[in-house]
Design a protein around this ligand. Structure first.
Ligand code: ADP
Ligand code: MG
Length: 257
């Protein structure tokens, strides 16, 4: 299988090779070589550690051991970037996704992980997971009817799959195993390049503030109700009240800056 560049950010090139993603922090010619290497090495190591920690708590790609100071190798998350699909979903679906995102962020924050770049571009709505990876594409679960459009299976079958819920069996070839959680969308968080460890209410509030701004900018039609859903999901965090209170202060500060 060949290599394919699937992303190019400010710091890194993202390469897809054999169903693995390689995030390669490229050198910057404006930096002195020694410093450049030190920075890239540090950031690679830091992001790998955060991914490792996060992937034990939420859906995030669990990185492989580092083979190279500047590259993180991790599983490819098959799915749709939330930034790219959210606006095309029904409001009910949009709300559902945001509530789950809020719950997942609560888990991260309770584990003292600050993502640092919570935008909908760094969230992937997974369309395959676990043993589904070994199923033909036509059987993989698409949670939302709006996404099911791209499936090649006939509508009748598709309906069965989409409505499968948690107690339907795979029709054939999977040993009759129960589908676990197929009724629920799975949100994967990627890109912990700006992340860090902190248990400060302030850091958590700023993390949420960035997400609120991202919703406002990219999903402006419903951003207010969508952020309310994030807050509802986030209420599961042990510090949610303090963090959401602090968020108001962060916003005020932003306005008068
Ligand atoms: N594990 C992954 N699975 C699928 N796509 C990924 C994965 N990691 C990165 N990508 C893709 O590459 C893009 C850039 O990766 P990201 O880690 O967000 O880097 P950057 O710091 O440049 O934003 C993402 O928006 C996503 O499309
Ligand atoms: Mg990114």
């Amino acid at each position: 299988m060949g290599k394919e560049i699937i992303g190019r950010g400010a710091e890194a090139v993202i390469i897809l090779e054999n169903n693995l993603v390689i995030k390669d922090r490229v050198s910057k010619s404006y930096r002195i070589k020694e410093i450049d290497e030190k920075i890239r090495k540090q950031r690679t190591k830091a992001e790998k550690k955060l991914l490792e920690k996060a992937s034990k708590i939420i859906n995030a790609p669990d990185p492989f051991p580092l083979e190279n100071n500047f590259q993180i190798k991790m599983p490819f998350i098959e799915g749709e970037k939330i930034s790219e699909i959210l606006n095309s979903l029904s409001v009910k679906e949009q709300k559902e996704i945001c509530k789950i995102a809020g719950q997942e962020i609560a888990k991260l924050h309770d584990a003292e992980i600050i993502h640092g770049d919570l935008t909908t571009s760094n969230m992937i709505l997974g369309t395959s997971c676990g043993f589904f990876n070994s199923q033909p594409r036509s059987l993989r679960i698409k949670w939302f009817p709006a996404l099911a459009k791209s499936l090649t299976v006939p509508a009748s079958q598709r309906q069965e799959v989409v409505e499968g819920g948690s107690n339907k069996k795979i029709p054939s070839g999977a040993g009759g195993r129960e589908l676990v959680n197929v009724g629920e969308p799975k949100i994967f968080f990627i890109d912990f390049g700006l992340g860090f460890i902190s248990n400060k209410v302030e850091d958590k509030a700023v993390d949420l503030h960035l997400l609120k701004q991202a919703l406002e900018a990219k999903h402006f039609e419903n951003w207010k109700i969508l952020f309310e859903e994030i807050e509802k999901g986030y209420a599961k965090s042990k510090d949610s009240e303090k963090v959401l209170e602090r968020l108001k202060a962060v916003e005020k500060r932003g306005r008068y800056k």
